[in-house]
Design a protein. Structure first.
Length: 67
């Protein structure tokens, strides 16, 4: 992973990468009434940026919501 201080001027920032575990849960109902519970674990990366002006941004695998 690449952690450190990068850029110049207003683009100067601190970057910190980390690995994050996500767990998805869902259930299915069979025709006979049996419930099947599912758990899926997966790993992804997260990048946290802190800019010189104090702005922070966290980038993950998830899409951002549109304003």
């Amino acid at each position: 992973m690449l952690n450190g201080v990068f850029g110049e001027g207003k683009d100067r920032h601190i970057a910190h990468w980390r690995s994050v575990k996500f767990t998805d849960h869902w259930e299915e109902q069979e025709e006979d009434g049996t419930k099947i519970l599912h758990d899926r674990e997966r790993f992804s990366h997260e990048l946290t940026l802190v800019f010189a002006d104090g702005e922070t941004q966290i980038l993950t695998h998830e899409k951002k919501d549109s304003p």
